[in-house]
Every structure is written in C-alpha cells, then in structure tokens.
Write a protein that binds this ligand. Structure first.
Ligand code: JHZ
Ligand code: SAH
Ligand code: ZN
Length: 419
C-alpha cells in the first residue's frame, strides 16, 4: 500500500508526481516560499498575502518541466486579475499579425469559428471580430473579460476545461481553430484541456498555442519566467509527448521573438496533417543542448544565484554612492527576482508601471510601492532596473528622455549590466 503522504510533506520534497504522465518530477531549482506574482495588494491587505513554494523540476519519464507545487487556479485568475495584454504596443502588433495569419490560413471556410483560451482584454479576438468572423473567448478573469466585451468581443467568463468545451460545442458548434497565448503553460490539467480541444475542434481543425520556450529561458537564463502562473516550461519534445497521449500530433513549431522567446505550437489530430520538418529539427536541437537532462537544468541554478547576488551588490553600491534607483515594469516576473534576491524598498524605493490596477499598490512580497509611469520623470531617478526587459525596445523608445538626461537602465538577464 502507498503511504498516506500529507500535502505539507509533499511540498517539502524534492520530487513530485508529473501532471502529464504520473512519472517522477525531480527538482532542479527551489526559490523557496514565494507570494503570488500578480497579487498587487494595498498596504492594508499586505498581511493577507498568499504564499506557496516555488520549485521547478523535470519529469524523468516524459521530460515535461513543471512546478512541484500547484496554486489553486481561482487564487490567481479572478475578477481583479491585473494583467492587461494590450498594455504593450509591440504585443498589440504581434496579436494583430497573429489574427491576420489565422484568418488567412485557418479561418477560410464558409462560416469559420475561432475559440481563444485566455483571451484576456480581447487583444487578439478584437481583430477576428473586426473581420466579421465568429469567435468566442474563454476567460475566467472577469475584469479583463469585461474590457474585451466593451470592444464587442464575445467572451464566456469561465475556465476552459473538458466540460466548458462540451458546452461551447453544443451551443456554437465545432471550431476551426482553438488558439491560446501565454495561457496553456498556466494550466496544470493538460489532460482536460486536450480532451476539451478534441471535443471542440472540427475534423481537420488545429489547436495553436504559444508560450515561453525552455530553450530561450535556458539560453539567456531568464529565470524570472519561473513563477506561480507558469506551471509548465515547454519544449517541442515535451509538447509532442503530451499531444500524442491525447490523440494529437505536433505538426508545426515556430519560434517567436516575444516575451523573451516563445514557441508557437500547432497541434492537429493524429493523421490529419503532415508534420513540418521544423518539428524534428527543433526536437533534435533540444537534444543537442541537453534540455531534457537534469544536469543541464541544474546548471541554471548557479546563474540564478550569481545574477541575484550581482543585482543586490549593484543596488547596494548605488545606495552607498547616494544614487537614486527605481524599478520599471511591475511585471509578474519581477516578483521572482525581488523576492528571491531579497530586494525591498530600502534598495529600490519604487517601481513605475502603466497598469491602472497595479498603480498605488505594492509589489508582491517585497512591498515596493508602484507609481504611475507618468511620474517617472518627476524627477527621473539616476538608475532604473528594467523589470519588463522583454519590452526593452518599446520602453527605451517611450522613455528616451530618461537616457537623454543621463539616466541609466539596469538589466539583469542574461547578466547584470548597466546599458
Ligand atoms: P509583461 C504577464 O507577465 C503574466 P508579466 C502572464 N503570466 C504572462 O505569461 C505574460 O504576462 C504574458 C508595464 N509596462 O508583459 C505593463 C509599462 O509600464 O512583461 C506591465 O505591468 N510601460 C500572463 O507581468 C509590465 O510592464 C510600458 O511601456 O511579466 C509588462 O508586463 C510597457 C510596454 C509595459 O508581463
Ligand atoms: N492571451 C493573453 C493573456 C495571457 S494572460 C496574452 O498572451 O497576453 C493568461 C490569461 O489566461 C489570463 O487572462 C487568465 O485569466 C487566463 N486563464 C488562466 N487559466 C485559464 C483557463 N483554465 N482557461 C481559460 N483562460 C485561463
Ligand atoms: Zn511526465
């Protein structure tokens, strides 16, 4: 008989059970106790913060990289979920381009239907709607779903899973495309997702999704992509593995230059589409880089510790010199950096951000106050830590005056550097 292991014992362990194949997940890095990355509390709420143990491991059976502990979905995705996809011009352009491509290649039949999982504020579906194409977003976070509806996008406020797919299929009929960006890696229960997609897709339809790519994370040590919401860090090999378990095949992959490097995966039912040569090519490249080996992934840990130590040393040095420093971009990613490195208001007195739902609140865990980006110039700090490093071009252009007046940007991936 299996021993009855209580949850707290499991959470201290260095192994867990794979959410895909029930194999053994071996830990390769542990950030310890962390707050939720997108919980921007007010000063009065700060003592109610929810914490969990952030540790990441590799399944020794199916190679899926995943967190060892799962945060209940309703704690992360709820009415006040603060992330607005439309907050970046670069991302608006990316999703408009994505929509145009789907319209030109997959939504070409007589009355096509497109479903998006995690449609957020409608940044992608808005373009599908403007083309007059039938669509539905499935979005559990009520606030952002409401923003999309105001733009005329059809949204169901719900978590996508098998039962949701059944309801949509019954009400709207089969979908030509199920699309998701930065959402599938947030969902531990891929079994229910893939069964749902199977129920919903018309014969010959495709499931297209894009998420941060472990290959890019390992290459530039963008360790701050690891936080509560990013339950999985995918590779082409691990995605092909989970696809096959549910009767799908990975038929195409494309690397994308967004959020520090992602891959767009295209899944079709087995035997329905030809597999692009890009798929075996990427899987071979991953094997050459050892991305499914614990040893390779364990090496990232040294880089994480070095980056955090260097960043703290730089901030301490600047404080000694009497230089003013602020953060830029109250990203979900930055929660991992500030809390693991131990950076609080004494080293970084405030962070600037454009998001209304974050302004006036505190950075999770570290308690650093967030101010409106419009106040960045009043007066400019001497240095600014660019937490939204994935939007470097956009932010450096928007804040060109900061550098023009002698301000210096600090980045920390792949290493700590003053630009
Ligand atoms: P950004 C979130 O991650 C969470 P985050 C989530 N888990 C995920 O995967 C990605 O999004 C998709 C601000 N900003 O995009 C806005 C400025 O202030 O790096 C945002 O708060 N000025 C779903 O939070 C933050 O920076 C600007 O000019 O790590 C950027 O967040 C721009 C462009 C952004 O995602
Ligand atoms: N696609 C957008 C939004 C990413 S944020 C973009 O790329 O910018 C992730 C979104 O997924 C959030 O809006 C969250 O509410 C949603 N989400 C989380 N779990 C989900 C689930 N099970 N089904 C549908 N959406 C989900
Ligand atoms: Zn596994």
């Amino acid at each position: 008989m299996e021993p009855d292991v209580s949850k707290s014992d499991v959470s201290k362990s260095d192994v867990s059970k794979c959410r895909v194949c029930a194999g053994e997940v071996r830990k390769f890095f542990d950030f310890g106790t962390q707050p939720l990355s997108d919980a921007f509390l007010t000063e009065r709420e700060a003592d109610q913060a929810f914490h969990f143990r952030l540790a990441v491991g590799l399944c020794t059976a199916c190679t899926m990289v995943q967190l060892l502990e799962e945060v209940p979905r309703e704690r992360m995705f709820h009415h006040d979920y603060p992330y607005h996809s439309s907050g970046s011009r670069h991302m608006r352009e990316h999703f408009a381009q994505t929509a145009r491509e789907l319209l030109a290649t997959e939504l070409t039949g007589p009355d096509p239907f497109c479903v998006e999982i995690g449609s957020n504020d409608g940044v992608m579906l808005g373009v599908i709607k403007d083309a007059g194409v039938r669509h539905l977003g499935v979005e559990p976070s009520g606030g952002v779903a409401e923003l999309a509806r105001k733009d005329g996008v059809r949204v169901r406020t719900d978590f996508f899973e098998e039962s949701t797919a059944r309801l949509i299929a019954a009400e709207d009929g089969p979908a030509d495309v199920v699309y998701a960006a930065n959402t599938i890696c947030h969902i531990p229960y891929l079994d229910s997702i893939l069964r749902g997609v199977d129920i919903l897709l018309r014969p010959g339809g495709v499931f297209v999704f894009e998420d941060p790519y472990l290959g890019d994370i390992a290459e530039r040590n963008t360790f701050d992509q690891i936080y509560d919401e990013h339950f999985y860090l995918f590779t082409a090999r691990s995605v092909r593995g989970v696809a096959r378990r549910f009767g799908f095949e990975l038929v195409d992959v494309r690397r994308l230059p967004v959020h520090g490097g992602e891959v767009r995966y295209t899944l079709a039912r087995q035997g329905e589409r030809e597999v692009s040569p890009a798929v075996p090519a990427l899987i071979e490249e991953e094997a050459g880089r050892g991305l499914a080996e614990l040893e390779t992934l364990e090496k990232l840990g040294q880089g994480i510790d070095r980056i955090c130590a260097d960043l703290v040393a730089l901030l301490e040095d600047l404080r000694r010199q009497g230089r003013s420093v602020a953060g830029y971009g109250a990203t979900a990613k930055s929660a991992t950096v500030t809390n693991y490195a131990g950076i609080g208001p004494e080293l970084l007195p405030c962070v600037y951000d454009t998001t209304p739902a974050k302004i006036g609140r505190l950075m999770p865990g570290s308690g650093i106050p967030i101010r409106a980006a419009g106040e960045f110039s009043r007066p400019y700090p001497d240095y600014a830590v660019l937490f939204a490093w994935n939007h470097t071009d956009e932010i450096l252009a928007r804040e060109a005056e900061f550098a023009a007046q002698g301000g210096k940007w600090i980045v920390y991936v792949p290493e700590v550097r003053v630009l």
